[in-house]
Design a protein around this ligand. Structure first.
Ligand code: SAM
Length: 345
């Protein structure tokens, strides 16, 4: 029988270990940049396997640091790996890796929160949104300090098909502190169900993959870390603008232990609060005595659709923020108060 003619996967040549590189370049972890390194390549290989096959893939890695995960991505067969790192101290070590993997590793010194991922890869890798995901992956052992703002930004990008999602339904394999990972994947009625669960799950299939014990990191963080995989849905489960979904979900979770109507109320100015809350809940056919955590994504879809209908009738509603009304009340109470007037004089 003819031998298989499959080309062997790329393997990095022998290099100093990640630990040795850290010593060589004196890379003390900076707390401010949430630096917790993974030195065990078996573990970084395991994270990378959660992304699926990376053969000939395009990959964006967030925060490569000393490059453990970077090595695993290269060894998994990625053709083009773009790494975005904020801390200049890691650049020389990454350059060493880049020399060991000619033409495969591009290094960007920058902030992932502002980096234009939509310009990082050739347009030719794009796939239609309705088709299979492109062969582009985002992978990262995220810095804790940016993980929540970053995932919210990417969820908004998914809704608008911008950023890394101009190429199609780019998949994400990311780490989060365990509590955040649990919130992202929490199902209806579970203890961790929150705003983040609804925002992530109306746009993506979100899967918790495995937990990395804190002791696996150097330095050891106070918490364990969860690896979460996201695949954007072809059809979002709520078809209204991201900002509108975000506003309704945020308000509903305002009082997570109370009946959901209490949060819905906060969407409306005091003068019409009772009537519009009733109208919205009736239109959505949602039981006002359910708790926010008991609401399913279809419940949220009905609520956001009902809110969108009310906003179409009165566009000023969308700009209403109960905090502004509270603040204004507080100020007028202060100026009306004789005691305060006395204090001021
Ligand atoms: N990937 C490495 C590993 O697994 O060992 C390092 C992970 S460490 C948790 C997070 C990395 O993200 C650090 O290298 C840190 O400098 C970098 N970082 C922090 N904030 C960043 C930002 N806004 N943009 C890009 N990189 C950032």
């Amino acid at each position: 029988m003819a031998a298989s003619r499959k080309l062997p996967l790329f393997r990095l040549p022998p290099l100093p270990t990640v630990g040795e590189l850290i010593k060589l370049y004196n890379l003390r972890a900076e707390k401010q940049l949430s630096q917790n390194f993974l030195l065990d390549l078996k573990l970084t290989d395991k994270i990378v396997r959660q992304a699926g096959s990376l053969r000939d893939a395009y990959v964006c890695e967030v925060g490569p640091g000393p490059g453990g995960l970077t090595r695993s991505i290269l060894n998994a067969g990625a053709a083009d790996l773009l790494v975005v790192e904020k801390d200049t101290r890691f650049i020389p070590g990454l350059k060493l890796l880049s020399e060991a993997a000619p033409g495969k590793l591009r290094i960007v010194h920058g902030d992932i929160l502002t980096y234009r991922t939509d310009r990082g890869f050739p347009q030719s890798i794009s796939k239609p949104w309705e088709g299979d995901p492109p062969n582009l992956h985002i992978i990262g052992n995220l810095p804790f300090s940016v993980s929540t703002p970053l995932i919210i930004k990417w969820l908004e990008n998914i809704a608008n098909r911008t950023g890394p999602f101009v190429y199609g339904r780019t998949r994400l394999t990311l780490t989060f502190q365990e509590e955040v990972a649990e919130r992202l994947t929490a199902s209806t009625s579970s203890r961790q169900r929150s705003r983040l669960s609804v925002m992530a799950q109306y746009l993506c299939t979100v899967r918790s993959r495995f937990t990395i014990p804190g002791r696996a990191f150097v330095p050891k963080p106070k918490v364990d870390v969860g690896v979460v995989h996201f695949t954007p849905l072809v059809q979002p489960q709520i078809e209204q603008p991201f900002k509108m979904v975000e506003k309704v979900v945020k308000n509903v979770f305002q009082f997570r232990r109370k009946h959901c109507y209490r949060g819905v109320e906060m969407l409306f100015p005091e003068a019409c609060r009772v009537d519009l809350t009733q109208e919205m809940l009736q239109r959505a056919d949602v039981d006002p005595t359910l708790r926010p955590t008991e609401l399913t994504i279809p419940h949220f879809r009905a609520l956001v659709d009902a809110y969108a209908h009310l906003c179409a009738t009165d566009p000023s509603l969308f700009h209403y923020d109960f905090r502004d009304e509270l603040r204004a009340k507080h100020v007028s109470r202060k100026t009306d108060s004789p005691a305060d007037t006395f204090m001021d004089t």
